[in-house]
Design a protein around this ligand. Sequence first.
Ligand SMILES: Cc1cc2nc3c(=O)[nH]c(=O)nc-3n(C[C@H](O)[C@H](O)[C@H](O)COP(=O)(O)OP(=O)(O)OC[C@H]3O[C@@H](n4cnc5c(N)ncnc54)[C@H](O)[C@@H]3O)c2cc1C
Length: 353
Amino acid sequence: MRASTKMRGADVLVVGAGPAGLVAAETLVRGGARVTLVERHAFPGGKACGGGITSGAWAAAGLGGTGANSSVRYFDTLEVHTPLGRAEVRRAAPFLATVDRRAWAAARIEVLRDLGVDVRLGVRLTGLADKGATTDAGAIAAGRIVAADGSASRVRRLLDLPVGLVLRALQLRIGRELDVASKLGCKNPAIWFSPRAFGSGYAWAFPSTQGLRLGCGVSSRSPAASRLKPAFLAWLDGLGWDPARGRLESGTIACGYAGHRFGRVSLAGDAAGLASPVTGEGIAAALASGAEVAREILEPGYSSTIIPRLAARHRRTHDALLFPALSTPALVLAPLLLRVPRVREAAFGRYVL
Ligand SMILES: Cc1cc2nc3c(=O)[nH]c(=O)nc-3n(C[C@H](O)[C@H](O)[C@H](O)COP(=O)(O)OP(=O)(O)OC[C@H]3O[C@@H](n4cnc5c(N)ncnc54)[C@H](O)[C@@H]3O)c2cc1C
């Protein structure tokens, strides 16, 4: 994409080297903008995350769908567990990948540097200023700012936007040296619905090149949120896994969209509240919205329809889940429902692919 008018000076400051910020920075620099990217961590990508990316987002993530390597694994099967039993969702081709986010971010940053982005790692944005922003390493002048600083976005708070709906998540990160995936029989990604433990949320096991992530996430508005840790520990116990054998991490996933354009500041990814309130999948939305906000900056007449559509779709599916009378039986009956091809395709279209 080329910018309609080549920008001058320090054009855009991108905050955060997650999927949203990395894609925004790349789209902007390829479009002719002069870009500075600040990231508070020296080695980004270590945040609590299962690293699961469904196939619809592979192109945006630069994944080919084949040729698993030391940082990506592809899967054609998802296991679904409920109190009524277990089902396998299998497809002819892989539809889910797990990525090592540290390796992925490092590779994208190398590309950005080659393209001329001024990447400053270990630099934290602290405030917004008239002509740019302040950081813990001094002021940075920039005409526009892309806030891709994640679910606890400082920029979002500085703009005084409500936090909105979040999912609370816990995850046990288990290194590959323990070979836990084969010990637990987790060859494929798996999810567990248990309305009693996790409300309309779920637990997951995502094998990756780095080992295994066992996690769970629920809406902060669900009663299950207040008893998430005991429920998670009980679930691990049921799997026969001692939580001491792994690193317990927690995080939030932001699903409350409240707009993404605020004068010279644009929000993308979790900072904009664009993760799915149903699956907690946020990488795909981060990649898509990062590209979209960059395009809005490069092409002054362009107004994204993709971002509001994504937000509206998330709101609708979330509202449907507010009715436990509908959602609980659907989650419990998932193994049976998923045997019906039309139901399976509809569920995939809406939630997975
Ligand atoms: C336990 C857990 C498991 C998850 N599993 C999955 C999954 O399997 N698949 C999926 O799609 N989604 C998953 N998610 C959600 C996913 O991690 C997020 O939706 C996604 O990372 C959002 O991308 P982002 O680029 O918007 O933000 P982030 O990936 O959070 O990146 C934000 C970046 O900004 C940096 N930053 C923050 N503040 C500042 C500051 N002030 N100055 C400079 N830099 C700053 C951060 O260090 C970070 O690198 C999971 C979330 C959790 C908590």
